[in-house]
Design a protein around this ligand. Sequence first.
Ligand code: SAM
Ligand code: SF4
Length: 343
Amino acid sequence: MLLLNSKEDEYTQLLRTASEIKNKHVGNIVYLRGLIEFSNICSKNCYYCGIRKSNKKVQRYNLTDEEIISAANFALQHNYGSIVLQSGEVQSKVFSKRIESLIKAIKRTSDNKLGITLSCGEQSEETYKRWFDAGAHRYLLRIETSNKELYDKIHPSDSLHSFENRLECIHFLKKCGYQIGTGIMIGLPFQCIEDLADDLLFMKDIDIDMCGMGPFLIHNETPFAQYDDSLLPLNERFELTLKMIALLRIMMPDINIASTTALQAIDKIGREKAIQVGANIIMPNVTPGIYRNNYKLYENKPCTDEDAVECSSCIEIRMKLVGAEIAYGKWGDSMHFKQKKNI
Ligand code: SAM
Ligand code: SF4
């Protein structure tokens, strides 16, 4: 009911409750993850994504090992505590070995001071295990939607885009020992409010440790550009995302919830608003500025014309605005995970 057009006072009450629960369970603290979008090369063709394989207008890039390590060092020097290595999906022995060596190199050069989260899509259980053993300890793999029928409508129907595989990967990750993060997009074509309610239950059910969810936004060079006129208006997608964050915080008080960049694409202070209603993770982009324009998942992606230094000072000011304290130099692991494991 709360996801539907709730009355103004119900909406305000929901956000206030979520904020109180957040402060009580994880504090008014924000953890930083320096986001390194290290490659936009992808073998998949998700209908919604701007860097899908068939988009020939994207200039493909792959950061060198030196560039990746230097971006990680930037995060270390700025006391971010953690990084996220994110890319398009590539499944190969070469890719798997490369990431393994990079994780080891970053752990070594940072003297184990940087926590590493990965977001490199679906891989074999063996690859996930190698990366975990090398030192990565958190993994983000969005289910995108927990409704298989909807999943099949937003992806091509072939074995590369299988709902069952995606789900299996989440289970592999859990088995390997990662803190697992999943999430969804809000306002997708064909999505209804019941799907979103089910998504919340799904996340609770599989007992996630972290969540990253955000509004779906159009990229003009994707098959989904054709639905631009039939989507929920941007302000409603935004409001719905805040409600989803607030509800998830109430349902799972001690998990980590990311305030995603897509929110800022709709509202200049969208990420700050998400922090106020339950999110506790921000991922400042530390990818070298020259590549950012080529990691455009959707139109109007913010900060593509900035560099890591600008992002760093901007985040500090933005968090001060909402009275949140940045926990510099901390890995900021999921309290939910720690409690489960009795750490
Ligand atoms: N390739 C990996 C994967 O798919 O898991 C990681 C990178 S992928 C770009 C990260 C996330 O971007 C996806 O899980 C998806 O939810 C989100 N995304 C892609 N296209 C989007 C769009 N048009 N609007 C909002 N989010 C989008
Ligand atoms: Fe590739 Fe991920 Fe985009 Fe799908 S969402 S096309 S897997 S980068």
